[in-house]
Each structure stands twice: as C-alpha cells, then as structure tokens.
Design a protein around this ligand. Structure first.
Ligand SMILES: NC(=O)c1ccc[n+]([C@@H]2O[C@H](COP(=O)([O-])OP(=O)(O)OC[C@H]3O[C@@H](n4cnc5c(N)ncnc54)[C@H](O)[C@@H]3O)[C@@H](O)[C@H]2O)c1
Length: 358
C-alpha cells in the first residue's frame, strides 16, 4: 500500500476520494488551507472508518504555494522511514464565475500552486501525480460525445488554468519521460454524496452549480431555481450535462493511482463521466420524485458561454482503468439529499478537529 500526499483533500471530491483510499489501505497526508472546506470533513472520515484512521490519516493545515512547508512534509515523512509515493492533486479554486472577475487569484492558486507542488515533488524524487482536470477545458460544442483528443479550447479563466496545468505536466513528462507517471482526470459534473450522509458538498461560498442549488431550493433556503434557457435543441429545451456520482468519481481516482503505480512512466488524460446526459429538467424531476420534495423553478435567458450539451465519451477510462460508473441519477439525487437533510448547515458545527504538525 502507498503513502500519498493529497492536496485539497478536505474538499468535496478530495474527502470522498480519501475515504476510498483509506478503505483500500493507503496512508494519507492531506494538505489543505480550508478556503473552501472544513477539516470536519476529514474528522467524519474517522467516524466512517473507525479508529484505524488515526494512524493512517494526517491532516496538515497549509497552502500548496508554501514550498517550505511542502518540502518539510516530504522530508519529515522520509525521515520517518517512509517516503511519499504519489500525490493526488485536488487543491484549487473552481468557480467559473469568480475566475472571470478575479483571474489573477485563479492563476496564482491553481497554476502557481501547481508549479510549487511540482517543484517540491521533483526535488524529493516523487514523480507520480493524479491531477484534477476538468471537462471545462474542451471547446467542443458539437453533438457528439466528448473524447480525450477533442480540441482543448477553454472559454473562461478557470478552464484556462486547468489547460495550462495540463500543458505544464506534459512539458514535465517530456523532460524526463522515463521518470514521470502522470494522469489528468477530466471530470464532468460530480454530484451526490457518500451514502452514510456524513460527508458531502459544503461550499463556503454561495453555490453556483446546479446540484447544491437544487438542495437549497428543496430545503426552503432559496425560493426557486433559475434555469438558463428552455429553447435549447434538446428533448425538453434545457441543457444536457453528464452528472456523475461522487463515489464513482472517487473510485476512478483509486484506479488511476493503481494504474500509475503498477505501470511504466507515462502521461495520460482520461474523462470521468457516465457517458449519459441528463437535462436540467430531468435532474429536477428525478430529485423531486426520489426524495418526495418540491423544487420550484423558473426559466430565464440563456447564459453566455453555456453549451447545449456536454457528455463524456468514457470508453478510454473504462478500457485503461478498468473503471465503470455504477450509480445512476436517482442514486445521486437520493444520496445528495440525504447529506443535505442530515447536515442542513454543512460541516459548520462547533466540534474542533485535531490538526497534525509536520
Ligand atoms: N466539483 C466539480 O464540479 C469539479 C469539476 C471538474 C474539476 N474539478 C476540480 O477538482 C478539484 C477538487 O474540486 P472540489 O469540487 O472538491 O472542490 P473543493 O473546493 O471542494 O475542494 C478543493 C479543496 O482545495 C483546497 N484549496 C484550495 N486552494 C488551496 C491551496 N492553495 N492550498 C491548499 N488547499 C487549497 C480547498 O480548501 C478545498 O478543500 C479542484 O481542483 C477542481 O477545480 C471540480
């Protein structure tokens, strides 16, 4: 089993992936600055997997742009007779809207942060990384499923930062192709929560993604959902997206890591989506019927930059990683609502999390 550094491990995707990695038996050091998360998410992992987590999960409060801290983390674990075998790199900012108004903040955190991390990894001879990329980097507006070699043409600063990091990783790989093991995982629309209802998505800012907004409306914290356009050329006039259950996404990371650890140096990019598209009305209808709640909505003008459809061709991930998403839209809606019902204020409770020192 491997010792892993997980950046941004307290966040939505990070916490669910850490859970699966711990369940498999990996040791994890999380570094997170908690700008968009709470250390409580990691504390809850201890509740789910029990006391053994105390020995295999370390939580460091820090920023990936702090190279001294990162270097100390690599050195201290090396001195303890272990070395960090691989990095899973989630840390970053993810709001398309905010990236448009604050591009420098996004380039600094996402791109500069990744540069700092890669420099320290190289210095410490750690050359295996699973990177959180995004379907947002594709320029494809066609009707067909999006595959990995479609054109990369991001249309907002957030997507540009993800495409830039992929380019840096590509340059790095070609500088020492015998050393680096790199996977760019391009996520489509992760939603839902762990079935326990103990961890889930808890953004500190006001959410802009559809699923947290649906939960807010269903719980009465927001009056209605505004749907951007009902005149798209789709089966009901609303845009189509590829929603993927967060636990299927977490499993994709475990398999990508396994693949990299077991195979020679290489770089690859892989879509993580179900390959099935759902319209906005379909997700609302599914949410209402499976959870027996109402989600009022209204239609407003189309939003600039939105696409008619974005659905993954996931055949490459299925083939190379032996991965297969197994949970459907009803599971996503049920588990996501269960999390919301059990945690109406997210992780905002008074209990303190014990953080580790390097
Ligand atoms: N959720 C999505 O829809 C989606 C889709 C595609 C790609 N991604 C990418 O996946 C990754 C994880 O996404 P998420 O949904 O879990 O987001 P999230 O905001 O829940 O998690 C990101 C985590 O990184 C931490 N972080 C941010 N900047 C940091 C820094 N400089 N140093 C240390 N920690 C830092 C945050 O506190 C947070 O815990 C992000 O890189 C995001 O861009 C997300």
């Amino acid at each position: 089993m491997a010792t892993l550094l997980v950046t941004g491990g307290a966040g939505f995707i990070g916490s669910h992936t850490c859970l699966r990695l711990l369940e498999i038996g990996h040791k994890i050091i999380v570094i997170d600055n908690f700008t968009n998360s709470s250390p409580q998410s990691l504390e809850r992992l201890k509740t789910i997997i029990g006391d053994k987590a105390n020995n295999i999960l370390k939580i460091i409060h820090g920023d990936i742009r702090d190279k001294t801290l990162l270097d100390d983390i690599f050195k201290s674990f090396f001195l303890n007779g272990q070395s960090i075998d691989a990095v899973i790199h989630f840390a970053g900012l993810k709001s398309v809207e905010e990236s448009t108004s604050k591009p420098l903040k996004y380039w600094d955190c996402n791109v500069n942060g990744s540069l700092c991390l890669l420099e320290v990894m190289a210095k410490n001879n750690c050359t295996t990384i699973v990177f959180s990329s995004s379907a947002n980097i594709y320029g494809s507006k066609s009707d067909k499923l999006i595959c990995e070699n479609d054109s990369i043409k991001p249309e907002n600063p957030y997507g540009e930062t993800k495409a830039a990091i992929e380019k840096i990783l590509n340059n790095l790989f070609h500088s020492s192709p015998e050393l680096w093991k790199i996977s760019n995982l391009r996520y489509f629309n992760p939603i839902g929560a762990h079935p326990s209802g103990l961890i889930g998505e808890d953004p500190t800012d006001y959410p802009t993604n559809i699923f947290p907004l649906i939960c807010k409306v269903a719980s009465g914290k927001k009056k209605e959902i505004e749907i951007f356009g009902n005149d798209w050329e789709t089966r009901d006039g609303t845009p189509i997206r590829d929603y993927i259950h967060i636990m299927d996404l977490a499993e994709g990371h475990c398999l990508a890591l396994k693949y990299l650890l077991e195979n020679p140096a290489q770089i690859f990019s892989a879509n993580l989506g179900t390959g099935k598209g759902s319209t906005v009305l379909e997700i609302i209808n599914t949410f209402e019927s499976i959870n027996n709640v109402k989600v009022p909505y209204s239609f407003v003008e189309r939003r600039s930059g939105d696409a008619r459809a974005s659905v993954a061709d996931n055949s490459y991930s299925k083939k190379i990683l032996n991965w297969s998403p197994s949970l459907n839209l009803a599971d996503m809606c049920k588990n996501g609502w269960n999390w919301q019902m059990n945690n109406p204020d997210g992780f905002h409770d008074s209990r303190k999390t014990k953080l580790d020192k390097v």
